[in-house]
Design a protein around this ligand. Sequence first.
Ligand SMILES: C[S@@+](CC[C@H](N)C(=O)[O-])C[C@H]1O[C@@H](n2cnc3c(N)ncnc32)[C@H](O)[C@@H]1O
Length: 438
Amino acid sequence: MNAVSLFTSGGIGDLAFRNNNIRILLSNELLSDRHALFEYNFSNTFCITGDIWELCDEIIKKTKELLDGKKLDIIYATPPCQGMSKNGQGKLLNSIRAGKKPKLDLRNRLIIPTMKIINELKPEIVVFENVPEMQNTVIQDENGELINIIEYIQNKLPGTYIGKPEVVEFANYGVPQCRQRLITIFTSNSQLSEYFLSEKTFMPPRTHSKSPHNVTMNSWITVRDVIMHLPSLDAATKDTAISDIPFHRVPLLDEKKYFWVSSTPQEKGAFDNQCDVCGFNGNPTHSSKKDTNGINRTDHNNTLHCVKCGSILPRPWVCDEGSYRLMKGYTSAYRRMKWDEPATALTRNLSYACSDNKLHPEQNRVLSLYESFLLHTISDYVYHWERKDRKKVSDKTVREVIGESIPPRGLNVILNHLLNIYYGKIMGSKDMQLQIFI
Ligand SMILES: C[S@@+](CC[C@H](N)C(=O)[O-])C[C@H]1O[C@@H](n2cnc3c(N)ncnc32)[C@H](O)[C@@H]1O
């Protein structure tokens, strides 16, 4: 099978395509440092680097040339998710009705050139991957009209395509990380369409369950299962923050951050730390307060000084002109991951202790990049952190590429299921009944 990959970045999702013998014929990505990584790892793909708005016609022309009369099987499109609204379409439309100017993120309009490419190349299968908020995102179409992005996609596709967006929790497919994504699949293929009409989904049955008592499924894969065996690291000194394993190293923590982190017990966050001077452990812990967006914020009325001895507690603080106050921020900052759960979603800030749930379950440090490769399941595949132009790949690029991609193991399970339906190895329950009847 042949596919075109749009918004490719470093090609982490594309690893799942290659694993299913789907060839990435052509790829497009805006940023050359990310695309250079893809080019190194996918040396047989024709790469077009730059803005999809400007390169749309070139992408179409070159793909047709490469196909040389053959049909295109798949377009895999993963536009940036930073612009997808958490506020929801209802809130947005209400504010427009109230006469306010809508704040629409221009990045969401990248779906316009994407749909132009899809309409010209007419692949049998279209796979979009994005955050669940995509479902509630409103864009301004070519005529300036506001429209829900999924409706826009449906309107632009010929009537022969069917499918829908589906929220997928990747931990349910054996990924040691909780990561919810919206996978939107549309197809014009008859085998896949029949399956979808019968089952109302393209998603494979879950293989893993949160509950350890589920007898039909494996339990979620945990952080302990994946990184427990690795050499210990400690962010106090240069010597202890590094190991012989490439990428198994961590940034140093300055003295005060190390103090907060080293005082944080397993399963806890530094905002709840107790007194290390008198040992009193009854200081009030933060009551997590949700803000108007439903996000947990630190409770600023909470204490920074031990109620028993008055010493400053090892909780994240800032010092303003000699007076200390609790740091503002999310309650998930300076919080440890749990050994016996999948990792929380790995973001581009995975090397920052102040980012959410990024501390090692028990060691005094954040995760190493090597651990993130394992938890993001990149390590299942052959992938080199090398650029085609031989320039050095920065840690920042590595973190961004991981943070903006989905764990390929999860996508691999979904693609494998799709191909099994496509090749008639799996049928919908209605088809099965029909077969038995015949
Ligand atoms: C969510 S990431 C894609 C992740 C990728 N599929 C993977 O598996 O690693 C979205 C990508 O779209 C790229 N992008 C943003 N604006 C673009 C544009 N105008 N044209 C082409 N690519 C763009 C970003 O640079 C980013 O790398």
